[in-house]
Write a protein that binds this ligand. Structure first.
Ligand SMILES: [Zn+2]
Length: 344
């Protein structure tokens, strides 16, 4: 039996994979100050402490407001290199070996930035992080539901013209105001383009939103999925179809989607045999990282280290890596876990 301290040390060292993390949501408070200066914008904050205070949210709509302000700070394509690099640096510190980072390209294009140059910058960040920390990363491009399905089609045109490391599309934004159904054609087209399919659903809206993502968009994974807990038929359906849920615990507490971590349905999902994974969503804005996410599952929801390792393998198994890489990485994860256990 592991002591509490040994268990926590083990959890920090577990090899991990992250599926749901936004590039802009990984802007560190210090980096927000740099962005303002580099962009020549009037300073909203004097210190990183002020910037940290700015990342306190009343509710989900308030979070979206703050998030959009940070997007406004990004005025040059090249700035995305640093944001992506820092996202991966933080993940690597938590022994995350593989990441799927969400890139909300239309947010920036609407502010005058160039998609191709941005994708190059993101990929420079990925290459530097791979060289520096050995972490691998692919990209999921967010169509951003607020802009409507026509813009979604345009984003697919951009991806057709340039797709380095792009493995998937995503649908983020204001779920409560913009339903998924109108994106049916865009998702069909993306599938034909060989892209994987994921959408945020059941975070700010109810189970119906998840049904739409599943039935209309044909998603392979659901971002958040909290509302599935209110619908037993949906839980059964997700399990039968093998659709994974990307749980974002701290995010859901901070935006008041759930009242406390103890109210989070991740345990229900896990116990129902669903493929559920652990993710930070917007780590800097929510003051979290992958180790904190795993540790609180252990401390507050009684997940054992072996159950947490199962969650970690879930993230690898339901990732959008090619089967061969998945299998290679899975073997490496198991080997590393065994080595950690034997040490403990
Ligand atoms: Zn998200």
């Amino acid at each position: 039996m592991l002591s509490l301290m040994d268990a926590e040390q083990l959890i920090k060292k577990l090899p991990k994979a992250e599926q749901h993390v936004h590039i802009v949501g990984s802007t560190r408070p210090e980096t927000l100050l740099w962005l303002a200066e580099d962009s020549g914008l009037p300073k909203l904050f004097k210190t990183a402490k002020d910037a940290r205070r700015f990342f306190k949210f009343r509710d989900f709509p308030h979070f979206i407001d703050v998030y959009c302000t940070v997007v406004d700070f990004v005025t040059k394509e090249s700035q995305l290199e640093r944001l992506t690099y820092e996202l991966l640096e933080s993940d690597a510190r938590c022994n995350v070996k593989y990441v799927e980072a969400s890139f909300s390209a239309p947010d920036h294009v609407l502010r005058g930035l160039d998609y191709g140059k941005m994708l190059d910058a993101v990929n420079r960040g990925i290459s530097r992080a791979r060289m520096g920390f050995g972490v691998e990363c692919n990209i999921r491009v967010d169509l951003v539901r607020n802009y409507g399905p026509e813009k979604g089609m345009e984003v697919l045109d951009w991806i057709e013209s340039k797709n380095d490391n792009v493995v998937s599309i995503d649908l983020g934004g204001s779920e409560e105001r913009f339903p998924a159904k109108p994106y049916k054609q865009a998702y069909q087209r993306a599938r034909k383009m060989g892209l994987h399919l994921v959408a945020h659903a059941g975070e700010a809206a109810g189970p119906e939103s998840i049904w739409q993502a599943v039935n209309e968009l044909g998603v392979e994974r659901i971002g958040h999925g909290v509302a599935a807990t209110d619908d037993p038929a949906l839980l059964r359906h997700l399990k039968t179809k093998g659709i994974a849920i990307e749980a974002c615990l701290t995010s859901n507490v901070k935006t008041r989607v759930v009242r406390t971590l103890k109210n989070h349905p991740i345990k229900t999902f896990y116990d129902s045999g669903l493929t559920v994974t652990v993710n930070t969503d917007d780590p800097s804005m929510f003051g979290t990282d992958m180790n904190k996410e795993y540790l609180q599952l252990h401390r507050q929801l009684d997940f054992s280290p072996s159950e947490l390792f199962k969650l970690s393998l879930n993230a690898l198994n339901s990732s959008f890596l090619p089967e061969e890489s998945k299998s290679r990485m899975r073997k490496a994860f198991i080997k590393e876990y065994d080595r950690l256990l034997n040490k403990g």
